[in-house]
Write a protein that binds this ligand. Structure first.
Ligand code: FE
Length: 281
C-alpha cells in the first residue's frame, strides 16, 4: 500500500541580500535548512521597490549544479559566457546548467513595479558536475497547465498527469506551481528515492494522511518525510498557491563554497582557482 508523506520539518527562511544588493528571502540553503539532497537553495525575491532589485545580479560564476529561475511577475535579462541570452517574462522558467562552469548576469529589465520570482538550485551528480554548460528558456506558453476538480497545475519541470514540461533534466525531477480551490484535493506521486518539499506562496495547505494532517502556512517551506505520494488540500476555506518539488536523492558528499558546489574540497579549490585564472566559463 502506498504511504502518504508527512511533514517532518517546517522552515520560514531568512531575509538576506545577494547579487549587487537584491533583497530576497533564503528559504532553503541557509542555516535553517542548508540543503535537501539534491536541492541546494531556494530563494524568493518579491520586491515592489526598485531600490531593492534594480542592481540585479551582475556577472558571477557557477559550477557543479543547475539553477531554475521561475519568474512570477516582472522581466529579467540573462546573459552568459557561453553566448546565451534570454528575456524572462512573467510565468517563464529559465533553466541553466552550470556544469563545468559558466559566468552569467541576471538583470531586471523593469525599472518599476513588482519583481517576483523563485530561484532553485538543483545539484548535479558527481559524474555530471563537469558536463557542458547548458541553457533552456521555457516561455509561459511552453509550460503545460492541467486543470481539473478545482486544481490548477503548471508543470515547470517533469511530469504531471501524463503531461510533460519541455525542460530537460539529468535526474528524475518534478517542479510544479499549484493552485487549489477550497475543497480540492491533489495527490502527487513522489517515489521513496526522492526528496520532496512544498513552499506555500498563499493560503494554508493541509498535507499528510487524513488521520494525521499537518498544516503549512504561507511563507513557509514544509519538508516531506518518507513515503510514495503527497496529498495536498487547502487548510481552510480559502484558495492556496504553492510550489511542489520532488527529485532523486544523489547521496553524494557536498562541498559548497559561494557559487560553486562540488563533491570534495580539492574540487572546490580547483573551481576558485579556475575562476581566478580565467579558466572557468
Ligand atoms: Fe547566478
Amino acid at each position: 500500500m502506498e504511504q502518504v508523506r508527512k511533514i517532518i520539518q517546517i522552515v520560514q527562511g531568512m531575509p538576506t541580500s545577494d547579487g549587487a544588493g537584491v533583497k530576497l528571502k533564503r528559504i532553503l540553503g541557509g542555516s535553517e535548512l542548508n540543503q535537501l539532497d539534491p536541492f541546494l537553495l531556494l530563494d524568493e525575491f518579491k520586491n515592489d521597490n526598485p531600490d531593492d532589485y534594480a542592481a540585479g545580479f551582475p556577472d558571477h560564476p557557477h559550477r557543479g549544479f543547475e539553477t531554475l529561475t521561475y519568474l512570477v511577475a516582472g522581466s529579467f535579462t540573462h546573459r552568459d559566457s557561453k553566448g546565451h541570452e534570454g528575456h524572462l517574462t512573467a510565468g517563464s522558467v529559465q533553466w541553466m546548467t552550470a556544469g563545468r562552469g559558466i559566468i552569467h548576469s541576471e538583470m531586471p529589465e523593469q525599472t518599476d513595479g513588482l519583481a517576483w520570482g523563485y530561484q532553485l538550485w538543483l545539484n548535479l551528480p558527481a559524474k555530471l558536475k563537469m558536463t557542458e554548460p547548458g541553457y533552456q528558456d521555457l516561455s509561459p506558453d511552453q509550460l503545460p497547465v492541467v486543470e481539473k476538480n478545482g486544481s490548477r497545475v503548471k508543470v515547470l519541470a517533469g511530469e504531471y498527469a501524463g503531461v510533460r514540461s519541455p525542460g530537460r533534466s539529468f535526474i528524475p525531477f518534478t517542479y510544479l506551481d499549484l493552485r487549489l480551490e477550497p475543497g480540492a484535493t491533489l495527490s502527487l506521486p513522489s517515489p521513496g528515492n526522492q526528496n520532496a518539499f512544498i513552499y506555500v506562496i498563499e493560503g494554508k495547505v493541509k498535507t499528510g494522511p487524513e488521520s494525521e494532517p499537518s498544516y503549512v502556512k504561507s511563507g513557509h517551506l514544509g519538508v516531506l518525510g518518507e513515503g510514495d505520494k503527497v496529498d495536498l488540500r487547502p487548510g481552510d476555506d480559502k484558495p492556496t498557491h504553492l510550489l511542489f518539488a520532488s527529485a532523486q536523492k544523489l547521496n553524494e558528499p557536498i562541498v559548497r563554497g559561494g557559487p560553486f558546489v562540488m563533491n570534495t574540497l580539492g574540487e572546490l579549490k580547483q573551481a576558485f582557482y579556475d575562476y581566478q585564472t580565467g579558466r572557468l566559463g
